[in-house]
Design a protein around this ligand. Structure first.
Ligand code: TRP
Length: 337
């Protein structure tokens, strides 16, 4: 990343963040937010959450919890701009403008939409579009508006989002071709080095497998979950293979390299699973204790979170408002006299 980079990423506000999300996405983003080198934008993608979540209470609560999580973990809101998507009306206005520049065929090819259609076909539903709302279909256009509105050139995302970034590029280029250079075609930034953690059952940690360790559960519950992590049936004294071990892998994602080497040695010497689980619990609990307390404190004071989000929206709109005005001019939407 260079000083002229504009980094932007959206945080979906569904579900409770777990330690896999932390290691894979939240921690690297927060680290990046603390480096003053580039302008960075982080936002809560609550309009995207609305595609699937139609329970107002749940939508509101998850937005609050996700915001509290990022703040508790130390997102630097002085250096980066942290806001809620629904506080930026320019995003929706640009969404329509871009919708009119987007080939329907391009949206037909989006993975999420195609998967939903395939699911309907596999259960032999009468209508292949059964249960699919226009929000799901247009999801990539909204995402393109999120990105293009702030002229972001680098967008850190999971690999599953690469197609969306290609679509945002496509839309930007088509607009530029029609109206002249206006938008910056963005690039996805994915990382192979960010760890993908295994969950309680040894499969990838994921909400859909129901095998996660939520980040901010109380210590007692955290210990219980760690004790549930699946191990093999080797006896306490037997040398063990760290590479195939979920406990080791989680430890490695949190600990310093020297600590990891020391533990590797203990695996070779034989460490009882019970002892290793206790060690892992103590290590993670120790790291999470302070942010967990901040998280709980923040949830007690939603008005404080709201204030931070309002400040973020204010800063974000200093960029989005003038840029949208120029986009409106470019397309011929302006005062007539
Ligand atoms: N769709 C992204 C995800 O599911 C979240 C998101 C919404 C996003 N808008 C974005 C990510 C803009 C990057 C840029 O993870």
């Amino acid at each position: 990343m260079t000083t002229s980079d504009i980094i932007l990423t959206g945080i979906t506000t569904t579900g409770t963040p777990h330690i896999g999300n932390y290691v894979g996405a939240i921690r690297p983003a927060i680290e990046a937010s603390r480096q003053a080198r580039a302008q960075s934008f982080y936002f809560l993608a609550d309009y995207h959450a609305l595609v699937k979540c139609h329970d107002p209470q749940v939508l509101r609560q998850s937005t609050l919890e996700v915001a509290a999580t990022w703040l508790a973990l130390g997102l630097d809101t002085d250096r980066s701009i942290f806001y809620r998507q629904t506080d930026i009306p320019e995003i929706l206005e640009l969404t329509w403008i871009l919708t009119c520049m987007t080939a329907k065929g391009l949206m037909n090819r989006a993975h999420a939409y195609k998967a939903a259609v395939q699911e309907n076909e596999s259960i032999k539903a009468k209508d292949p579009d059964k249960g699919i709302n226009m929000g799901l279909f247009c999801y990539p256009v909204l995402m393109a508006a999120d990105i293009l509105l702030f002229k972001a050139n680098k967008v850190p995302v999971g690999k599953d989002q690469i197609q969306h970034l290609e679509m945002a590029r496509d839309i930007a280029l088509r607009f530029n071709h029609t109206y002249g250079e206006t938008f910056v075609p963005p690039e996805a930034v994915t990382s192979d080095s960010t760890a993908v953690l295994q969950g309680l059952d040894g499969r990838k940690m994921s909400k859909s497998y129901n095998n996660t360790i939520p980040l901010f559960v109380p210590a007692k519950r955290l210990r219980k979950l760690i004790m549930k992590i699946k191990t093999n049936s080797q006896g306490p004294e037997e040398p063990k293979d760290p590479e195939t071990c979920t406990l080791f892998q989680i430890y490695q994602a949190f600990a310093q390299p020297e600590e990891v080497e020391a533990l590797r040695l203990r695996y070779a010497q034989g460490i009882a699973w019970g002892e290793m689980k206790q060690l892992l619990f103590e290590y993670i609990n120790n790291l999470l204790e302070a942010p967990r307390a901040r998280y709980e404190e923040l949830l007690q004071h939603p008005e404080h979170i709201e204030k931070i989000l309002q400040e973020g929206a204010h800063k974000a709109r200093e960029y989005s408002r003038p840029f949208l005005t120029s986009v409106r001019k470019v397309i011929g939407v302006q005062a007539v006299g």
